[in-house]
Design a binder for this molecule. Structure first.
Ligand SMILES: *[C@@H]1O[C@H](CO)[C@@H](O)[C@H](O)[C@H]1NC(C)=O
Ligand SMILES: *[C@@H]1O[C@H](CO)[C@@H](O)[C@H](O)[C@H]1NC(C)=O
Length: 464
């Protein structure tokens, strides 16, 4: 909806190429939720083609639809499938039901369809049908079935929780689970996850927190834009974005139960591109900013303040706008794509093919040696036009390089070559990111130099 000013300029000028860049920095991974509560989506086969075109190699679905699992066969895309809440009771009641389900929905498709995890139920604690009491037994039965089929080393079992499972989430260090869940459900679940080498699935939406508290939460903080940050009064840790704070509230709640060692994966996060009037913050520009900056933040490889060494694993919500979802307008507008496969807005997905896919062609440059003094980031001689264009699009994305100066008529437009513009953008991005490791890579399209490069009459920004 809103697409104005500088954002609009960058949006139109910098996102001209549909080409998506692969992983930039080591660490972190980004997948996407392929929800299908809609009557106008493309066929599963077409969707798999779309995923591959975008470089997306991790997908999560909410069921075990045969057409989808068949279409994913041989694609190399890994998939999290779902056992719906309605089946928790039956799965918990009889081990044989779990075995049948695993046989029909998992074993049958392996290994051609790369099923990596089964989400047993979804946000079960807020299911109005009170299925929470069946959850742990259902998870155990599904795991036993995987053991029986000897696929428990390939397929993990978990269950996505909503942030509403927390009693307290602010400050993050005070995070605890609700009393009626902590001992009865969370403890046995975390014990199960630890013993089976699995992880906790968390659905986290800074949008909800912002929408309801826009008077006290800054939009920049919610959208990963530069902001003053928030210091956690308990831990003294500094938070620069709301998602990190939300995740650390969960991490703190796990640690309070002595399960701080269990991994977490963000199985859903997103921002709607449209909403009702009372849904503060729902807009195209904000959705584009949230998702672009999120991808960038994840691929930086940084963990949260509480778990700084653990890169984030995140599944965006969602692939498509879903027209049959109930609730406010926002519910039908979380998609990155319209059903006709057109983009709702542009997100350089940079899909993390395991995050370290550096078959790039940059000459060997010792970044360390340049880091002490001045250094600049420039386009590689060996990068192809496609590579440069994709990297340029990425660098100029929301919150990235300052690309105003290379627009027609601006001071750094000349020399008007792709390589020069790319160098300008790469360098701006590099300097803005404090010249940290990984911010001058662009999948091998760029490299660091310690001599001020020639760039026509325009002075390359030096940052420091
Ligand atoms: C769910 O549980 C609550 C409280 O435990 C109870 O009040 C409610 O009637 C139950 N609903 C169903 C559908 O069983
Ligand atoms: C928000 O607006 C929608 C549409 O106008 C309305 O149906 C809904 O009840 C409102 N919600 C709240 C919490 O006021």
């Amino acid at each position: 909806m809103e697409c104005q000013g500088l954002f609009r300029l960058l949006f139109e000028l910098c996102f001209v190429s549909g080409f998506m860049l692969s992983a930039v920095a080591a660490g972190g991974s980004v997948g996407i939720n392929y929800g299908r509560v809609a009557n106008n989506l493309p066929s599963a086969v077409k969707v798999v083609t779309l995923l591959k075109k975008q470089g997306i190699d991790k997908v999560k679905i909410y069921d075990s639809d045969p057409a989808v699992l068949q279409a994913l066969s041989g694609s190399g895309i890994s998939v999290v499938i779902g056992l719906p809440n309605e089946q928790l009771f039956a799965t918990a009641r009889r081990q044989s039901a779990a075995e049948e389900w695993v046989s029909k929905n998992v074993a049958k498709y392996l290994p051609n369809t790369k099923i990596t995890t089964i989400a047993v139920g979804n946000e079960v604690f807020v299911d109005p049908h009170n299925t929470t009491r069946y959850l742990i037994t259902a998870m155990q039965n599904v795991h036993s079935a995987l053991v029986m089929y000897k696929i428990d080393d390939k397929v993990k079992v978990s269950s996505p929780i909503a942030l509403s499972a927390l009693q307290t989430s602010y400050p993050s260090s005070a995070g605890v689970f609700k009393q009626d869940l902590a001992e009865v459900v969370m403890k046995p679940m975390l014990e199960f996850l630890r013993q089976t080498g699995s992880y906790l699935m968390v659905n986290a939406y800074p949008f909800f927190a912002y929408k309801d508290n826009a008077d006290v939460i800054s939009l920049d903080y919610a959208l990963f834009k530069p902001n003053a940050g928030v210091v956690d009064s308990g831990s003294g840790l500094q938070y620069t974005n709301l998602l990190d704070a939300q995740l650390d509230a969960v991490n703190a709640a796990m640690a309070a139960l002595k399960y701080g060692d269990v991994r977490t994966v963000v199985t859903e996060t997103g921002w709607p591109s449209k909403g009702d009037e009372n849904e503060t913050g729902a807009s195209l520009a904000n959705a584009a900013a949230y998702n672009s900056n999120l991808v960038r933040r994840v691929l930086s490889g940084k963990g949260t303040p509480l778990r700084p060494q653990t890169p984030l694993e995140v599944y965006l919500f969602a692939l498509f706008n879903e027209n049959k979802k109930n609730g406010p307008t926002s519910e039908r507008n979380y998609g990155l794509f319209f059903p006709d496969e057109e983009k709702v807005y542009n997100v350089p997905l940079l899909m993390a093919k395991s995050g370290d896919d550096h078959k790039g062609s940059s000459p060997p440059v010792d970044v360390g040696s340049a880091a002490g003094g001045q250094s600049w980031c420039v386009a590689s001689e060996e990068a192809s036009e496609d590579q440069l264009q994709a990297a340029l699009d990425y660098a100029c994305g929301e919150g990235g390089a300052d690309c105003k100066e290379i627009q027609p008529g601006a001071s750094c437009y000349d020399p008007d070559t792709l390589k020069a513009h790319a160098s300008f953008a790469f360098n701006s991005y590099y300097q803005k990111n404090a010249r940290t490791t990984g911010t001058c890579d662009f999948h091998g399209a760029a490299y660091v130099v310690s001599q001020l490069p020639k760039f026509g009459k325009c002075a390359l920004p030096t940052g420091f």
